[in-house]
Structures are given as structure tokens and as C-alpha cells.
Design a protein around this ligand. Structure first.
Ligand code: SF4
Length: 172
């Protein structure tokens, strides 16, 4: 038996950059350089669902943390995490090691230490308001909404894996 019993949990687009908002995607599909060390060490990869793709589809607009920080979207995150968490819990109970969770820094949802903020609300159709919204956009320290929900759910089952991040602005 060769199984390592060692698992790396990844955000969806770490293994499928096609899920990102157009035209983001600095790799064709897999952020291989960021995870190759784990693959070579024998880790299995456990891919989480993408909360934005399943909520707003592939042609969604880029949004900020404030726009996703809404009870209904948080409920969506918890709902799509329900079965992945059952699988994670089953492996955890069987003694598997979770070496970490790979998020995507800069994302309003999968940021681990950096997310994006700045939405000020209201119509964006007037020229002035478009410029104002763009000007207000910025990266801030903190977790994305999906990672916040994921960490809370993992803590509930006694798991506190290390959080790792790929940088959306400077991917390796
Ligand atoms: S960072 Fe998260 S929400 Fe954004 S595309 Fe990747 S998996 Fe989806």
C-alpha cells in the first residue's frame, strides 16, 4: 500500500484557473509551481468548490469582500462546503494528515492573508461613480468570505490546518 495518508486541500482555481473571473488566470489550468513540492512529497490533492462560479457563474463581475459579505452568500458557502467537509472529516477520523489549505491571496473569497475591498455601493452607471468605485478598490489584510466560513466549519470538527496562499497578483 503506497498511500501517504497526507492531503493538501486547495481552493478550486489552484487546480483549475478556468474558474477565475475573466480575464484573470496567469496559468492555463493548474498552479503547478505552487503545489509541485506537495505533489512530489506524495500528498493527495483535495479540491474545494468555487463559491463564485456556483453562485454567479463564469461571466460574473469582479467584486469585493463587502459585496460577498452577505448572509445569503455565506449560507451558500456553507452549503457547498457541506459534503466536502464530510469527506475531510472522514479522512481526519481515519488518521489522515491535512498538511494545509491553499487559498488565493487577493480574492474576496479565497484570500488567506490578503483580500480585496472598496465597494461603496450604489449605481455604477454614471461616469463619476465608475471612477470612484475603481479608485476605492484596494487590497487589505484579512481572509476572504469563503475562507472565513471554511475555517469556522473546520474548527467545529476539530481541524486547524495551516493556511497557505498563492498570490493572485504574483503567482508562482
Ligand atoms: S479564488 Fe476562490 S472564488 Fe475566486 S475563482 Fe478561485 S476558487 Fe473561485
Amino acid at each position: 500500500m503506497k498511500r501517504s495518508k497526507s492531503v493538501l486541500v486547495t481552493c478550486h482555481c489552484a487546480l483549475n484557473a478556468n474558474a477565475k473571473i475573466y480575464p484573470l488566470a496567469s496559468v492555463g489550468g493548474v498552479f503547478f509551481d505552487a503545489i509541485s513540492t506537495y505533489i512530489q512529497s506524495g500528498c493527495g490533492l483535495f479540491q474545494l468548490p468555487c463559491p463564485e462560479l456556483s453562485y454567479l457563474g463564469i461571466n460574473r463581475w469582479g467584486m469585493t469582500w463587502e459585496q460577498y459579505d452577505h448572509p445569503n452568500f455565506r449560507a451558500h458557502c456553507r452549503k457547498i462546503l457541506e459534503y466536502p467537509l464530510v469527506q475531510i472529516q472522514a479522512m481526519f477520523q481515519a488518521g489522515y494528515e491535512f498538511v494545509g489549505i491553499v487559498g488565493m491571496n487577493g480574492s474576496p473569497n479565497c484570500g488567506v492573508t490578503m483580500t480585496c475591498a472598496g465597494y461603496t455601493g450604489g449605481e455604477i452607471c454614471s461616469q463619476n461613480n465608475i471612477a470612484g468605485q475603481v479608485k476605492a478598490l484596494r487590497y487589505i489584510s484579512g481572509q476572504g468570505v469563503f475562507i472565513e466560513e471554511l475555517v469556522a466549519m473546520l474548527n467545529q470538527i476539530g481541524l486547524q490546518p495551516e493556511l497557505l496562499a498563492i498570490s493572485e497578483t504574483q503567482p508562482k
